[in-house]
Design a protein around this ligand. Sequence first.
Ligand SMILES: [Zn+2]
Ligand SMILES: [Zn+2]
Length: 253
Amino acid sequence: MLMKQSTKDKFIKFKDYLLDIIYPRHIKCIFCGEELDNRSLHDTCTSCLHSLPFITRACTKCGSALSENNTGVCANCKANNFDFDNAKSVFEYRDEVVVLVHKYKYSSMKYLAEAMAGFMCDILSTWDIEPDIITSVPLHKNREKDRRYNQSKLIAINIADKFKLPYVDLCEKIVDNPSQTTLDVMDRKSNVKDAYKALLDKKENIKNKTILVIDDIYTTGSTSSEIARILKNAKADKVYILTFAHGFGDNVR
Ligand SMILES: [Zn+2]
Ligand SMILES: [Zn+2]
């Protein structure tokens, strides 16, 4: 058993090594593949930085992109009472951002986590919150086995490292239900209900703490809200959500 595990680990390391050769980090733009100059921000070329759908006018509750005449809360937040305190995202989930997230999630391009976390750190450094702990939205263990890693956790660890904050797994996914992406809004809500559980042995890491939860995409808010609900049931003080991209908003719908 041990022998098997170490051979597998070696193989994974070798595969990462090969991926580094095929897709060398810090050399090509993570979005368009153009060669980078030395001063590129988060491995992204200047042209992409100018054209990417950064969220500049955001819903004050969930961070979705608002149209010009809307300055408050989006329609989705007006219709729902989400349990998290506040959520923010870097990008609208469209165009090149979708391509990048797919590459990251389904092509084992783990090295992208560092640059994606970099963009999220920029948001965190201007956000008026003081998290005690960083955590991520867990995958069910069967799914994590298929993917070999939890993509949100990898980003979260990068962010925690940069801010010198502890990363701790605080919850687990107990139901291996269908992926949210195939469901409509109502189904997504029932799909996540009771799908997660706070880890009993992490109570001290949750109680009275300000927790920042990291995920790759904010879709309808139902997953973020459910995670916040179980953490608050376990006596968390505040729960904030930071995602790379936001799938709701005036431009996305
Ligand atoms: Zn580019
Ligand atoms: Zn909103």
